[in-house]
Design a protein around this ligand. Structure first.
Ligand SMILES: Cc1ncc(COP(=O)(O)O)c(C=O)c1O
Length: 373
């Protein structure tokens, strides 16, 4: 089918199949089953596979007892939320934020309050006012190449957040699965690592760090992890054990072998080279075809977000895009207060550069027609 007649899905933040290092994973699976079948085929404590926890601890300058590996990071977030909160408690997310996290927190009976974002992260004045008003149990933040906006939180705001968490006694849940996928610009230390350098009085011990192999290796393997204070992790591990007895040990064994062979860093380089041109194409196509819209300026990750001019009706725009063969997600799910009226998330990694350019061209034509109406 020619590209002009193809339906293009600007909807899901999934990796393309060519991102999967299938052959390498086959090799790792064979080795793990040959050498460690007693462990990886057996029930196991829910804290996770020690060789992988040790490897991750070294990567994040933590202790192995401070690392828990589970079946994807989203479920670990749910377990931690269960530990830290009771129904009716207030928790903060960014506005917009990851829709599945918002749903998971809401389903636990939590009141989810959103903190507006600007180009370099949360709005300081808004956060301070909301903290004083609501006294949240935690702030769930995605500081690097945020899902869905693509925004990165500045270093000053990371430092300021730790101070505020110390002052008003709330936890920081740092969710950072895209951090390694930086395509240009300067790396900023994770909130977790900033906090490691502090004393307890300055806010050390207030941060939990989540990440995942879903975007670096494969989401189907379901391997994610949580780093935080050891005493708290023991309690999270008990919640996990009650939920699933044992995590997916075979997947953890395969991921551990992959990392220990030294394949992760070259794998990440390959992904950066695969995704960077797609983001460059998206920005270039937006500049050419949709100059009337505003968009965020991601330096990495999977997403860019687009704000349509206020006079364009988003529902109608999405319907017209569908008719022209471009499927767009409903942006409201990313807003805890359902306030996504002009917002569109554009996940670019699963599309080819040609598809990205064609989709934006079609969206640009719809927008021009809307402006003439
Ligand atoms: C910010 C964020 N956190 C967590 C996840 C889920 O990760 P996992 O597959 O490890 O559960 C995603 C997946 O898209 C995500 O974007």
């Amino acid at each position: 089918m020619s590209l002009e007649n193809k339906t293009i899905y600007f909807t899901r933040g999934v990796p393309p199949v060519e991102a999967f290092p299938t052959q390498q994973l086959q090799e790792c699976a064979a080795t793990v089953l040959e050498e460690h079948s007693d462990t990886v085929l057996q029930y196991h404590p829910s804290i996770g596979y020690l060789p992988l926890r040790e490897w991750l601890a070294q990567r994040h300058a933590a202790q192995p007892q401070e690392v828990m590996v589970g079946n994807g990071s989203l479920e670990l977030q749910g377990f931690l939320a269960e530990l830290l909160t009771s129904p009716g408690d207030v928790v903060f997310v960014e506005k917009p934020s990851y829709d599945r996290a918002i749903t998971a927190f809401s389903k636990k009976g939590l009141e989810v309050v959103s903190v507006p974002l600007e180009g370099d992260g949360y709005r300081v004045d808004a956060l301070e006012a909301l903290v004083k008003e609501h006294h949240p149990k935690f702030f769930y933040i995605i500081p690097d190449f945020q899902n869905p906006s693509g925004i990165t939180t500045s270093q000053a705001k990371r430092e300021g957040l730790i101070k505020l968490a110390q002052q008003y006694d709330f936890w920081i849940l740092e969710d950072n699965p895209y951090r390694d996928l930086r395509y240009w610009g300067e790396e900023i230390p994770s909130i977790y690592s900033v906090q490691q350098a502090l004393t307890q009085d300055e806010g050390k011990g207030k941060v939990f760090f989540f990440s995942s192999f879903s975007k670096l290796l494969s989401p189907g393997m379901r391997v994610g992890y949580l780093i935080g204070p050891q005493d708290m992790l023991k309690k999270v591990a008990k919640i996990a054990e009650d939920a699933y007895i044992t995590p997916n040990m075979l997947s953890q064994g395969i991921v551990s072998d992959y990392c220990r062979r030294g394949w992760l860093e070259p794998g990440i380089d390959r992904l950066r080279n695969l995704y960077r041109p797609k983001l460059e194409t998206l920005i270039d196509a937006l500049e050419t075809h949709m100059p009337q819209a505003r968009w965020t300026k991601p330096e990495g990750g999977f997403y860019l977000s687009l704000y349509l001019p206020p006079e364009v009706d988003l529902e109608h725009f999405r319907d017209q895009a569908h008719e022209k063969g471009v499927v767009l997600s409903d942006g409201n799910g990313f807003f805890a207060d359902n306030d996504g009226d002009s917002f569109l998330r554009l996940p670019f990694c699963a599309l080819s550069s040609e598809e990205i350019r064609e989709a934006v061209k079609r969206l640009g034509l719809i927008m021009q027609a809307a402006n003439r109406e």
